[in-house]
Design a protein around this ligand. Structure first.
Ligand SMILES: NC(=O)c1ccc[n+]([C@@H]2O[C@H](COP(=O)([O-])OP(=O)(O)OC[C@H]3O[C@@H](n4cnc5c(N)ncnc54)[C@H](OP(=O)(O)O)[C@@H]3O)[C@@H](O)[C@H]2O)c1
Length: 408
C-alpha cells in the first residue's frame, strides 16, 4: 500500500466537517485506525480516491480450500468517504452492534444517523454517545431515520426486525440499500415475514464478535473479521457496497458468504462452543471437582481461570498444537487421550443443534422470547441466575486478586 496517498490535513478536515454535520456533541476518537492511517500517510500525494490503486480481491488458501477475502487496506479513508459522500447511513437500532458500528462509521467521517424507538433504553444510550435529538441532527424515531437514510442498516434485535417489518417495509423505497448484520430475518422469512422489496440492494455485513469488540478493535487501530454477503443485487454494485460498509463499520478483513451460510453458522456457533457449550462444559467440570471435595477457588482456577488467562490466548495466538506444546508432557498425554472422547460424546449434540438451527426451531424460540415486551428484564433475570452460580461467584474473588484488578 506504499502508493496509497492521502493528504492527512485534508482528510482530518473532511472528517471534522462531517463530524460537525453529524453531531455537535461528538468528540472525535482519533485512535480510530483510519485517522491514524491518514495522519501517517505522506503529505505530498494526491487525495483523489481514484489515484489510490487497490490490491483488489484476495484469494487465499484456507487449509486447501480457496476463499475470497476483502481487506480494509483497499479502502483508504479518502476513498471510503468519497464513495459514501452522497449517502446517509441510517442505523436502525442501537444495541451492541448499533453502538460499535455506528460510532466507527461516524469516526470514519461518514454521515450517520441513528433511529430507535423514542424514550427506550437505546435512545438513552444513543444520547450518551453523542447522537442528538434536536430536529435536523442525528437521533430520530425509527421511521424518520429510515426516511432520511439512503442506506438502511437494520440493527434492531432479530425479533424486533420481524415485529417492526410491517411499518418498516413501505419506507424501504427504490434506490435505498437494505443492510443487515445477520441473515436471520431474510433466511427465515416464513417465520419473520421479512421480504424486502424487489428494487433495492440487500446486503449483509456480520462482524464476528460482539459490538463492543467491534468498537474496541477499531479504537486500537485493528479491525474485526466480518462476513459479507449479497441477497439481492439491483444496482450491480451490491457486493462492492457491502465491502465498503464493512470497512466503514470497522472490519479489517471480510469473508464472502451467503445469507444462509451466515445465519446457520452463526446461530450454531453461539449456541455451541462460543457461548452455550462453553458455559455447559465449565459448569460440568466445576461440579465434578466440587463433588470430589475441591474448594471453589481450586475448581474455578482449574476450570476457568487457567483456560481464559493462560491457555485460550495461546490457542488464539498460534493454534491448538502450540497450546499443547506449551504444557507439560503429562498434560499433553492426557489431553491427547481425552480429546477424541469429548469429540465423540459431543458430536451428536452438535448435530442435533445444527438441525435445530436449520429447521427453524432456534429462530422460532428467539422470535417468541425476544419479541416479548419484557425481553430485557427476562434475559436479565436468567443472566442473574448464571451470575449467582457458585462457579461465577468464586470467579469474582479470583479476579479480584489480579494485580491489574480495577473492580467489576
Ligand atoms: N451482538 C452481537 O454479538 C452480534 C454480532 C453480529 C451480528 N449481530 C446482529 O446484529 C443485529 C443487532 O444485534 P444487537 O446485538 O446489536 O442488538 P440487540 O441487543 O439484539 O437489539 C437491540 C435493539 O433492538 C431494539 N428493539 C428491541 N425490541 C424492539 C421493538 N419491539 N421495537 C423497536 N426496537 C426494538 C432495542 O431498542 P430498545 O432499547 O428501545 O429496546 C435495541 O436498539 C442482529 O441482527 C444481530 O443478530 C449481533
Amino acid at each position: 500500500m506504499a502508493s496509497v496517498c492521502i493528504r492527512p490535513a485534508n482528510v482530518l478536515r473532511t472528517a471534522a466537517r462531517r463530524i460537525q454535520r453529524t453531531g455537535p456533541k461528538f468528540t472525535p476518537v482519533q485512535a480510530a485506525s483510519y485517522s491514524l492511517l491518514a495522519r501517517s500517510a505522506p503529505a505530498n500525494c494526491s487525495r483523489q480516491p481514484t489515484a489510490a490503486p487497490t490490491r483488489g480481491v484476495k484469494t487465499l488458501d484456507f487449509a486447501g480450500t480457496k476463499e475470497v477475502v476483502y481487506e480494509r487496506s483497499d479502502w483508504p479513508l479518502s476513498k471510503l468517504q468519497d464513495y459514501f459522500k452522497n449517502d446517509t447511513l441510517a442505523l436502525i437500532g442501537y444495541g451492541s452492534q448499533g453502538h460499535g458500528q455506528g460510532l466507527n462509521a461516524r469516526d470514519n467521517g461518514l454521515n450517520v444517523i441513528v433511529g430507535v424507538r423514542k424514550d427506550g433504553e437505546s435512545w438513552r444510550q444513543a444520547e450518551q454517545d453523542g447522537w442528538v435529538r434536536v430536529p435536523g441532527e442525528t437521533l430520530f424515531p425509527i421511521e424518520e431515520a429510515i426516511n432520511r437514510g439512503t442506506i438502511i442498516m437494520n440493527l434492531l434485535s432479530d425479533a424486533a426486525q420481524s415485529a417492526t417489518w410491517p411499518t418498516v417495509a413501505p419506507l424501504i423505497t427504490k434506490g435505498k440499500t437494505l443492510y443487515f448484520s445477520h441473515g436471520f430475518s431474510i433466511v427465515f422469512k416464513d417465520l419473520t415475514h421479512v421480504v424486502p422489496p424487489k428494487d433495492v440492494d440487500v446486503i449483509l455485513v456480520a462482524p464476528k464478535g460482539s459490538g463492543r469488540t467491534v468498537r474496541t478493535l477499531f479504537k486500537e487501530g485493528r479491525g474485526i473479521n466480518s462476513s459479507v454477503a449479497v441477497f439481492q443485487d439491483v444496482t450491480g454494485k451490491a457486493l462492492e457496497k457491502a465491502v465498503a460498509l464493512g470497512v466503514a463499520v470497522g472490519s479489517g478483513y471480510m469473508y464472502e458468504t451467503t445469507f444462509e451460510k451466515e445465519v446457520y453458522s452463526d446461530l450454531y456457533g453461539e449456541r455451541g462452543v462460543l457461548m452455550g457449550a462453553i458455559q455447559g462444559l465449565f459448569c460440568a467440570q466445576y461440579k465434578v471437582l466440587r463433588a470430589n471435595g475441591h474448594t471453589p477457588s481450586e475448581a474455578f482456577n482449574e476450570t476457568v481461570e487457567e483456560a481464559t488467562q493462560s491457555l485460550y490466548p495461546l490457542i488464539g495466538e498460534k493454534g491448538m498444537d502450540y497450546m499443547y506444546n506449551a504444557c507439560s508432557t503429562t498434560a499433553r498425554r492426557g489431553a491427547l487421550d481425552w480429546a477424541p472422547i469429548f469429540e465423540k460424546t459431543n458430536l451428536p449434540v452438535f448435530e442435533k443443534l445444527y438441525q435445530s438451527v436449520r429447521d427453524g426451531t432456534e429462530t422460532r424460540k428467539s422470535l417468541e422470547f425476544n419479541g416479548r415486551s419484557t425481553y430485557r428484564q427476562d434475559l436479565a433475570k436468567e443472566l442473574k441466575e448464571i451470575d449467582d452460580q457458585e462457579i461465577w461467584r468464586a470467579g469474582k474473588t479470583v479476579r479480584s486478586l489480579r494485580p491489574d484488578y480495577k473492580g467489576e
